[in-house]
Ligand binder design. Structure first.
Ligand code: 6GU
Length: 246
C-alpha cells in the first residue's frame, strides 16, 4: 500500500505533494477537492506524483468586505475583477515558487491542445493557473502573466473548470500517473490523429459484427487495418487534424 501524502493549505484543503506542481488561484477552491478526489488524478495525488495547491483569492480582496470585483469604467453590465487582489495573489504564489509559469485562463487565450500539454509535462516547471470569474478581468492583469490559455471556443462562467481540464490533461502525462504508458502513444492526438475503432466481446451484438480482421490473429493485417481506419476517420471527422499532420 502506498502512503497517503497529504498536507493542508491556508484554507485547510488537502492535497498530495509530488513531481508536477499545479497552483490554482481561485475564488472557489472547494471545486477542486471534490473533482480530484477520485480517478487517475486522485490516485496520482495519493501517490505523490503530482501536487495541486489552491490559493483562495478572497483573502487578497480589498477592505472589510474583501472586495475582488468592481463596476466597469465606461459603464456596461456585469462586474470586472480588480487587478490588485489578483496581482497580490499572483506575486505571493510566484515568490514562493521560483520558475513557475503564470497562466491566465480566459476564452481570449490561445486554445490549449495536446502538444502544449506535452510541453508543460516535459518541462516539469510548476504551473500557476489563474481562474477568473464574473464577466471580465481588468485588462492590466494580462501584464502580470506569461501566457493566456483557453480550452475551446465556448464560454464558461469562470476559469475553474478550464484549470481542471489543464490539470487532468497535463497530469496524466507525468511519468507513473497512468497505469499503462503505452496507451499514451495509441490514443487520439498522441499520434496526431483520431483513434481506430475498438471492440470487445461479444462477437455479435444486435446484428453488428466485429470486423473479421480483428478475429484473424494476423497482427500485420490488424495493424494495417487500424492505421487505415484511423486515417479515414480523421480525414472524415477532423479534416483540420488531418491537414495539420500532412
Ligand atoms: Cl479558460 N475561461 C472561460 N471563462 N471560458 C472559457 C475558457 C476559459 N476556455 C473556454 N471557455
Amino acid at each position: 500500500m502506498l502512503k497517503r501524502v497529504w498536507w493542508k493549505d491556508d484554507a485547510g484543503n488537502r492535497f498530495g505533494a509530488g513531481l508536477m506542481e499545479f497552483h490554482v488561484i481561485t475564488l472557489f477552491p472547494e471545486m477542486f477537492e471534490s473533482t480530484f478526489r477520485g480517478g487517475i488524478i486522485g490516485r496520482a495525488l495519493e501517490q505523490a506524483k503530482i501536487t495541486i495547491r489552491t490559493h483562495p483569492l478572497r483573502p487578497f480582496g480589498l477592505g472589510n468586505y474583501k472586495q475582488v470585483d468592481d463596476t466597469p469604467y465606461g459603464g456596461g453590465s456585469g462586474m470586472v475583477m480588480r487587478v490588485e487582489p489578483l496581482a497580490a495573489a499572483i506575486e505571493t504564489v510566484a515568490s514562493a515558487n521560483p520558475g513557475i509559469r503564470k497562466i491566465l485562463l480566459t476564452p481570449q487565450g490561445e486554445v490549449m491542445n495536446q502538444s502544449m500539454a506535452r510541453e508543460f509535462a516535459n518541462r516539469g516547471a510548476p504551473l500557476m493557473l489563474i481562474a477568473g470569474r464574473y464577466e471580465g478581468i481588468d485588462e492590466r492583469v494580462r501584464s502580470l502573466v506569461d501566457q493566456e490559455l483557453s480550452i475551446g471556443d465556448y464560454v464558461l462562467s469562470g476559469g475553474e473548470i478550464a484549470a481542471m481540464v489543464i490539470i487532468e490533461t497535463v497530469g496524466r502525462l507525468i511519468p507513473g500517473v497512468l497505469g499503462n504508458p503505452d496507451s499514451l502513444n495509441e490514443e487520439s492526438f498522441g499520434s496526431g490523429s483520431l483513434e481506430y475503432p475498438q471492440y470487445t466481446r461479444p462477437e455479435e451484438f444486435r446484428g453488428m459484427r466485429v470486423p473479421e480482421v480483428l478475429l484473424s490473429g494476423n497482427h500485420a493485417r490488424i495493424q494495417k487495418w487500424r492505421e487505415a481506419q484511423a486515417r479515414e476517420r480523421t480525414a472524415h471527422r477532423r479534416p483540420d487534424l488531418a491537414e495539420r499532420k500532412s
